[in-house]
Design a protein around this ligand. Sequence first.
Ligand code: KIV
Ligand code: ZN
Length: 523
Amino acid sequence: MTNTQDRVFIFDTTLRDGEQSPGATMTHAEKLDIAAMLDEMGVDIIEAGFPIASEGDFEAVSAIAKQSKNSVICGLSRANFKDIDRCWEAVKHAARPRIHTFIGTSPLHRAIPNLDKDQMAERIHDTVTHARNLCDNVQWSPMDATRTEHDYLCRVVEIAIKAGATTINIPDTVGYTAPRESADLIRMLLERVPGADEIIFATHCHNDLGMATANSLAAVEAGARQIECTINGLGERAGNTALEEVVMALKVRNDIMPYRTGVDSTRLTAISRKVATVSGFPVQFNKAIVGKNAFAHESGIHQDGMLKNAETFEIMRPADVGLTETSLVMGKHSGRAALRSKLKDLGYEVADNQLADIFVRFKALADRKKEIYDEDLLALVQEAGTQAAYDGLQIKRLRVVCGTEGPQEAQLTLTVDGEDKTAEATGDGPVDAAFNAVNMLVDHTATLALYQVQAITEGTDAQATVTVRLEEDGKIATGHAADTDTVVASARAYVNALNRLILRRQKTAPGHDTKAVSYRDAG
Ligand code: KIV
Ligand code: ZN
């Protein structure tokens, strides 16, 4: 019986469900990097994207399938042959491919394609059979399962199993369920559906009521053996179950939840930071496991207890999640070899050309900043890795006059496709002035959808990481930059976002081979 095994499979959907968060769009290279990290840290299944959604998604899933070493690579498809065929074309390159197909089974979701119960049952039979004829690893999901009538849910799960599904995922698409109900649902399916003990049940929870992780763990206690989750809980609306939370909960409370995952928890901090940077969704300070304050102790009583015995106030060690003691050993006299070895300690093996780029940034930072912390180095690596594939716009020089007497002024020299252009602008604050100067030199109609600044270490010379998200004609582009000068970081992040927007414009221009379809119906 599958539900007596203690091994729980971790299915990461950061690159599919996570990337569906409005604005969290990632580049091809970023997706490949994240997939490689997930693969190396022992994630069992990576849902790499939704191949029919766009040419970009198809290419990303295919490339991830080709590069994957250990993980099963899965793609999502709706319940039709065209989607499933496209999904197979992308995942078939993987050593261990999986097709995931889904359809909404609750009354509200059945109404959308206007199928009655029998018609939908037939569609499920036909599409799962088709997927299974292509691939021997097929996952099927009744979307909005937690609001589907129990008798109908049992009926369609049985049909999917008979048609060849090897994993049945039970999504709480709208984050509506609660732990006891989540467990009861899995138990009910295991008891009532013929063949249920031959397959793996998965749990896929959204966090609308803040119960996603609890609901996922309750489902495991009832017999589910695959948890679907995302790094940092990224995902539409309130997000999904957070991978780092379930992995650590199962590790720390193995006494009452005797199940194991294959994930190396010491990689959690590095991947959390990477996803925060590339998605533009920073991790809240008090976020469980990976938040900046997760291991910080402020009050006297806590600090005193910690000094006597760390277990007084810590249920896991910082090292368990890959948090190294902040060290100050790197400085302006450090060489390339030291930088390479330090980055390796932080979980980054960089190629020679990347190292050269990071080294230049590192030296420039070391000239300006007394102490280089691990967080500073991570920001440099992440910034180097998030440069847009098109970088025709580059800030050459920026000078800003600011103070109590406005308006603030910015003088900017911007290199535009190799040619230097200069502008002077005023604004309501130095950042506004700098953005206005950029706008005088770059033709666009984008609106600012997000502007976010975060100091990555303490001290007045701390680097600020800035995220800027722009929206133009439905296209969203996110830029990032880090600098000890917040205004410079802001202007660079703005220009980085514009570079991405221009790239996106080019890719979606008439004649460019892009077949975008709407897939907002996937939760
Ligand atoms: O939340 C959901 O129902 C989904 C499905 C596509 C599995 O993401
Ligand atoms: Zn979902």
